[in-house]
Ligand binder design. Structure first.
Ligand SMILES: [Zn+2]
Length: 320
């Protein structure tokens, strides 16, 4: 029975929650489990929670480890995929944790690991927006801006596993201070957080009455969702914020389009719910700034798998 089923576990290890899915060979999630990460318990405690979430997912799917071909983990921070190790993850307070080895032994099945953004790229490439493409870049607009490069059908890891840090490509000369210590990185002007920051400035300056009113309705909260909602409602200041985000993204990615000749750029994360308010100016900036040829063939599309991309891509590590 196990031979026909072809199942794997996908694990999405985040700073606050661990999400696990039993994933079929076609990319369907047939059972789920979720546990709090509990970073304060240290690596051993977090890995025990991963095992609990995994067992929960197996129960939900009605399978045991005997039915599974292995598991894949998508982990935050710098990862050594070849050794299944988290080299450094600031939000977990980890350095050199052999996650794949420890969790694989705990569950008694082969285990693999890669960076969470790389796993999301693999998920979209396997059965999402970049399905079937061997040359796709994925950029994620969340609290920061991350990404992954699928080149010749495989994740490109770089010399030390630091590839895909699209958020730290230079975007604005002497721009806002970035979490990495540099100024004007792409994520300071194009992350979901940056969308919210721009909206807050417009509201404070009295230039965005509609967003100010909507924000007041939710207790003064301003987030990317509010900006996107306002833009969809026809609010010009919100649309202008998203247009500028798209222009920054397009300008930064234009260099990569010329250098790498991707077939697709998949835009994911909370900020991607802005859809064409961000994607269209991004396309226009790429069309204007990337080299003719590569810029004519590349397609800029929204991600399709949402929050499941990382989990599904992590499971696919078992079969790669
Ligand atoms: Zn930076």
């Amino acid at each position: 029975m196990a031979e026909q089923k072809r199942l794997a576990l996908g694990v999405d290890l985040g700073g606050t929650a661990i999400k696990v899915g039993v994933v079929s060979h076609k990319g369907e999630i047939i059972g789920r489990g979720e546990r709090p990460t509990e970073v304060q318990k240290g690596a051993a405690g977090v890995i025990a929670n991963m095992a609990l979430a995994a067992r929960e997912a197996m129960d939900a799917a009605g399978v045991t480890t005997a039915d599974l071909e292995g598991l894949g983990v998508g982990a935050p921070g710098i990862c050594d995929a070849a050794h299944g190790t988290v080299v450094r993850a600031v939000n977990l307070n980890w350095s050199n944790v052999e996650v794949a080895d420890l969790l694989g032994k705990e569950l008694g099945i082969p285990a693999y690991l890669d960076n969470d953004a790389n796993c999301a790229a693999l998920g979209e490439q396997w059965c999402g927006a970049a399905s079937g493409s061997h040359h796709a870049l994925m950029i994620t607009l969340g609290t920061g801006v991350g990404g992954g490069l699928v080149l010749d059908g495989k994740i490109y890891h770089g010399f030390r596993g630091w590839s895909g840090e699209f958020g730290h490509m230079p975007a604005v000369e002497d721009g806002p201070l970035c979490g990495c210590g540099r100024r004007g990185c792409l994520e300071t002007v194009s992350s979901a957080s940056a969308m919210a920051g721009a909206a807050r400035r417009e509201i404070e300056a009295g230039r965005a009455p509609y967003m100010a009113a909507k924000s007041a309705e939710q207790g003064g909260k301003v987030d990317a969702r509010l900006v996107i909602y306002a833009a969809r409602s026809g609010d010009a200041p919100a649309q202008a914020i998203l247009r500028e985000v798209g222009e920054h993204l397009g300008t930064a990615m234009a260099g990569l389009v010329s250098a790498l000749n991707p077939e697709l750029i998949v835009v994911g994360g909370g900020g991607s719910h802005a859809g064409d308010f961000v994607l269209e100016p991004m396309r226009q900036a790429i069309a204007a700034k990337a080299m003719p040829g590569p810029c004519d063939v590349v397609r800029i599309v929204a991600a399709e798998l949402g929050n499941d991309a990382g989990l599904i891509g992590a499971a696919s590590l078992v079969w790669r």
